[in-house]
Design a protein around this ligand. Structure first.
Ligand code: ACO
Length: 380
């Protein structure tokens, strides 16, 4: 017997649509764990590569396993030459998220077996796709700025190589670690909209490239991952500490959303935001961006007073905006950076979905008319 519900849940709120062993999100107590490990412990001690291994395998790797996983990823940093040609023929005005989505989808054309969905094959495709995302983004970014392309450096970590390819010089340890922590914090988060999209696509037994490009499309929306760019636009618009209060009050009075606040699951503080807050403060001090951090903190204090009682708190996107800015990322690379982090989670969910798959196919509550006559076109 199939379960049936007579009323629709708007935005599928509260609906449990999959089982997962990857991340546990407790929105009431503000807990986030990856495979049972608190997110702060991973952010403090782990690396992006190790965290992805954890999510995909359900356990932390032993040293030789991690070394081999890292080697596999580094061996896949480079793009096929002809894809470089395609990415560098896109209009320079293209939005990086559109570039990322298009090029990730195009990777399937270089795969002799793009449709293979056996776990080992999906894992290999996943490693290749994840490893190449930095090269896609940085190749396009440097091309649009008229800068010489940088080749990947396989002696560098995932985060280190990304910053190296972006800036054409090796990052400092602080910046590499800062990006690594951001990658860890963003890589998985239950059945969020983009992860759900990836699982829906995987559930049709479609290919992994389709699942990931669909997820990138879902992530870029301003209600989801696109909010980090929205936060930065907002901070730029506010411009000064004195303008924080009139600006935020103005938004709330007009019932407009304040970007980087609110969450479907968290009705308390998002533990990722709390971690990023401390991180953003330190980085802002080190990079001369204290005003940006101070503005963010004032916004948080005011929002706390005004809407905190309604469970509207900073989400992961709020302090990641300041963090990304301090790392030196251009504004329109913020959401692509989120996509590059979240691919670890998306791929893990695709693998989970394919294991014991059942087509995801909910119903719509039909609310239109019945028994209508068909009126010939010239009588309408
Ligand atoms: N600013 C002001 N008011 C807010 C905010 C906000 N950021 N978020 C929610 N509210 C209010 C809504 O206006 C609404 O009020 P009402 O009941 O008086 O109409 C109420 O809280 C419920 O809001 P919904 O949008 O229905 O809540 P939902 O669970 O659907 O939305 C969402 C969650 C989309 C994240 C929402 O909080 C939002 O739009 N935030 C701003 C965008 C953002 O930061 N997105 C990133 C989310 S985290 C992520 O995806 C990585």
């Amino acid at each position: 017997m199939s379960p049936d519900t007579s009323t629709a849940s708007r935005g599928l709120e509260g609906v449990i649509a999959a089982e997962s062993r990857m991340s546990f999100v407790d929105g009431v107590n503000g807990v986030l764990e990856y495979v049972g490990i608190p997110i702060a412990a991973l952010a403090e001690n782990s690396t992006f590569e190790e965290t992805v291994f954890l999510l995909w395998n359900g356990r932390l790797p032993k040293r030789p396993e991690l070394d081999s996983f890292v080697r596999e990823i580094r061996a896949e940093y480079a793009l096929p030459q002809s894809l470089i040609g395609i990415v560098t023929s896109f209009p320079k005005t293209a939005e990086p998220m559109h570039v990322l989505r298009t090029a990730v989808s195009a990777l399937s054309l270089w795969d002799p077996k793009p449709d293979a969905i056996e776990p080992e094959s999906v894992r290999a495709k996943g490693i290749s796709m994840m490893a190449k995302m930095p090269a896609i983004l940085t190749t396009f970014d440097r091309y649009r700025k008229g800068l010489a392309r940088t080749n990947p450096d396989s002696t560098l970590s995932f985060a280190g190589n990304l910053l190296f390819m972006l800036n054409g010089q090796r990052p400092t340890e602080t910046m590499e670690r800062a990006l690594d922590v951001c990658l860890i914090l963003h890589t998985d988060h239950g059945l969020n909209a983009s992860t759900f999209t990836a699982r829906v696509i995987a559930s049709t037994l479609s290919d992994v490239y389709s699942a990931i490009s669909g997820a990138i499309g879902a992530l870029r929306g301003p209600l989801h991952g696109g909010a980090n760019e929205g936060v930065m636009h907002m901070l730029n618009e506010i411009g000064s500490l004195d303008n924080v209060e009139p600006f935020i009050r103005g938004r709330l009075e007009k019932h407009e959303k304040v970007m980087g606040f609110g969450h479907r699951v968290y009705k308390t503080r998002d533990p990722r935001a709390m971690f990023l807050k401390g991180f953003a403060r330190k980085l802002a001090e080190q990079t001369g961006n204290s005003k940006l951090y101070e503005m963010s903190r004032r916004i948080e204090d005011l929002m706390d007073k005004e809407v905190g009682s309604r469970g509207i708190y900073p989400n992961v996107d709020f302090y990641s905006a300041t963090t990304y800015h301090c790392i030196g990322l251009q504004l329109d690379l913020f959401t692509p950076m989120f996509a590059i982090s979240r691919i670890g989670g998306w791929l893990g969910h695709v693998i989970e979905q394919q294991h014991g798959n059942r087509l995801i196919r909910p119903k719509a509550d039909y609310i239109g008319p019945h028994d209508q006559p068909y009126v010939p076109i010239d009588q309408r």
